[in-house]
Design a protein around this ligand. Structure first.
Ligand code: ZN
Length: 181
């Protein structure tokens, strides 16, 4: 699998197929998007938003949510705001998300079946890793998006003039529905 990718990559560079993608590190639309790693959104999301290379910083994780106010997503957003000129943030959840209704107990069972010992898991719990908090899913995507929006609105390191919006995208059609309280 990886060989095919490397072979394609050589052809891509040799054929100068990179030329249409030339841009700078500063997002032209002054926009950052936090969204899910779902593979159905890889091309659909930028296409449905009319975004091209260079327009927006796109930060992805499982679910497209801020799990922690000082975690990697918040860190990326702060860099986007202070170093790269971002003024608008869109949190975009989506329908039929794999993180919805995810069961941590099932995942832990799966870990054990794949050779992670019960002791390791118990030790991590003892050291303060809350598996439900960290790996748990959400029940309702609108609520999850809204929680991330609120977390950013109240974030002590995000300036007031940054605009923060929440949306749910239809995974089939790419339609955006704004999420508000
Ligand atoms: Zn998802």
């Amino acid at each position: 699998m990886i060989n095919k990718i490397l072979e394609y990559n050589r052809e891509f560079v040799e054929g100068k197929k990179y030329e249409p993608y030339a841009t700078s590190k500063f997002p032209d639309r002054k926009l950052a998007i936090v969204t899910c790693m779902d593979t159905r959104l890889t091309e659909l999301l930028p296409a449905a938003l009319g975004l091209k290379n260079g327009d927006a910083k796109i930060i992805k994780n499982a679910g497209g949510i801020l799990v922690h106010p000082f975690g990697s997503v918040a860190r990326s957003l702060l860099i986007a705001i202070y170093e790269l000129g971002v003024e608008n943030i869109m949190i975009i959840g989506h329908t039929d998300c794999g993180v919805q209704h995810m069961n941590v107990d099932v995942m832990i069972k799966e870990m054990q079946e794949r050779g992670i010992s019960r002791e390791v898991i118990e030790n991590l719990k003892y050291c303060g890793v809350d598996f439900n908090d960290w790996l748990g899913g959400f029940d309702d995507v609108e609520t999850a998006v809204l929680e991330s929006v609120k977390l950013l609105e109240k974030h002590p390191l995000i300036p007031e003039k940054i605009n923060i919006y929440g949306f749910v995208m239809d995974t089939g059609t790419g339609q955006l529905i704004e999420v508000k309280e």
